[in-house]
Design a binder for this molecule. Sequence first.
Ligand code: SAM
Length: 340
Amino acid sequence: MRYIGCKDNLLPFIEDAVLSRGIRTGTFADLMAGTVSVGRRFKSLGFTVYSNDILAFSYVFSRSYIQSTHTPADLTDMLAELNALPPQPGFIHRHYSEEGTRGAERPRRFFSNENAARIDAIRNRIDEWRSERAISDDAFYGLLACLLEAVPGVSNTSGTYGAFLKHWDPRALKPLVLESPGPVTGPAGFAYRQDAADLAGKIVCDVLYLDPPYNTRQYASNYHILETIARWDNPAVYGVSGLRPWRAERSAWCRADSALMELGRIVSTAQCRLLLLSYNCEGIMPRERIVETLQLRGTVEVLEQPYRRYRSDRDRESRRYASNARVRERLYVLTIEDTI
Ligand SMILES: C[S@@+](CC[C@H](N)C(=O)[O-])C[C@H]1O[C@@H](n2cnc3c(N)ncnc32)[C@H](O)[C@@H]1O
């Protein structure tokens, strides 16, 4: 899934940092899980994973990929039924399609009229099945995860939902198709939706992995439509992009001073052997302050890997970034020497 800060391409780097320190099995806590790419990898390696994020759509992924141990037997049939549903205009169509927002100063073109109304139909049907007890909780989260994975592929955006494109991206005109995510392997883990610093002190684990926002960009506002599809709570939306109220999910990690305080809270309460922090060289917390904070509990190493910056689809190849769009992705590795 297209997601700012997704670690799909850095999985070998993170995996190596853990395995090369002799931790090959045990428990792994991914406290800012996003797309759950990291937790999925460690689950497949045999770790019991605790997966957490403050956002509801990420919880759906954690619940589906981490907490479940198997794919529901009739998932393929259910997906076929959902894919065949006729459009049924509802919330998404009303607020995020051109037809639904006709008459507004800037009609919202997040989805084609047809895809918007199909998202509505599919999301409602998943809820109906659940309230009729026709599906298990695992199936509910599994189907919802399939929908959330499919929606970015037909969104008329450059990657986030802060704005829609003026012209139609051909991707957004393709029909929405839900696909099976493939088999889930590894031990059953645990899904949470809490503030990372609140959860950190409650979990005893071998590895605690932190992957916070690197800058002032708030995930809750940038992915507001996915959040609404996950919560299906009919929010009062506002503004050009139809934002849902999102202040309750505002992250303290998006400001340097509060981010360092959050890191300090986690470091002081962590009950783990290894604490890893992903951060890049352009992040708002300075390297020296991070190291200073981590050193309160043990020895710190800083591993680096050159990495291609997140580029939105709007970025042309000719767009020039400082240092040729290469940033250094850092992994701060704290080996904890005391116990609390
Ligand atoms: C860099 S992304 C994580 C990407 C993830 N590792 C992946 O591969 O997809 C940062 C995540 O931190 C989450 N987040 C921000 N503040 C948080 C907090 N206080 N507690 C828990 N999660 C938080 C965001 O919702 C976002 O999903």
